[in-house]
Design a protein around this ligand. Structure first.
Ligand code: DC
Length: 227
């Protein structure tokens, strides 16, 4: 198929990438791929095996025994760890912290690279992550770097976690976000950064619908595809 296109949606945590990507995918009838879920699944596996988050050798050692796959159903993306659906378990603060740590390990990134690229080969996708526009899909037709001020991102993430009954405070969520931003931006491999040809979209003062509209506008400008 020559008419396939890819949208690379990168940015820091809490910018709303997954909600935006999910809605845009459904309005355009394209596949949504949440790559963070794959790092979270590996983080969860490491955590469950009692390996320390900084134990790089231990993390690398677990990889041959792991399989991480995505399944797309009507209710959205599910992530399977060794065949088991862990879509719920990967959404805790602890799994997020482990995800951030394992994602800095080159072997982990290499382990997931082919699976991520293959998903964009067969169909049109909107893929969210940190390095989609810079590393995974450098030829993506549309690249958007979605960000917001840390305080705005912390407030959204706090509301999400609190709604799920996680015992968190706004201050602790802000501290977590700042720590993960720092880790994700300063790692030597595939650091979080805006691709040179990505459109910067700061949604600190936009709501979800406003952000979706803006993303759809950018996609239509670059590809001629409308919702
Ligand atoms: O988007 P998220 O919060 O689910 O991502 C979890 C962690 O995985 C985050 O700290 C950064 C990392 N990640 C990454 O390094 N590269 C990606 N393409 C996606 C996520």
């Amino acid at each position: 198929m020559t008419n396939n296109f890819a949208v690379a949606l990168d940015g820091p945590s809490g910018a709303g990438k997954s909600s935006v990507a999910k809605a845009v995918a459904s309005r355009l009838g394209i596949l949504y791929v949440d790559t963070g879920a794959m790092y979270r699944a590996i983080g969860l596996a490491v955590l469950r095996q009692g390996i320390g988050e900084d134990d790089t050798a231990g993390i690398v050692h677990t990889l041959p025994g792991l399989s991480v796959a995505l399944r797309h159903a009507v209710d959205g993306q599910h992530v399977l760890l060794n065949g088991k659906d862990v879509s719920g378990e990967i959404r805790t603060g602890q799994a997020a912290q482990y995800a951030s740590k394992v994602s800095a390990v080159p072997e982990v990134r290499a382990f997931l690279l082919d699976t991520q690229r293959a998903l964009a080969r067969e169909q049109s996708v909107i893929m969210d992550g940190r390095d989609i526009g810079t590393v995974i899909l450098p030829d993506a037709e549309v690249k958007i770097f979605l960000t917001a001020r840390p305080e705005a991102r912390a407030k959204r993430r706090y509301q999400e976690l609190a709604a799920r009954g996680e015992p968190v405070t706004l201050e602790s969520v802000l501290a977590d976000i700042e720590r993960r931003d720092e880790q994700d931006r300063n790692r030597p491999i595939a650091p979080l950064r805006q691709a040179g040809d990505a459109v910067l979209l700061d949604n600190s003062s936009l709501d979800l619908e406003g952000t979706i509209r803006e993303v759809l506008r950018i996609i239509s400008e670059k590809t001629g595809v409308h919702s």
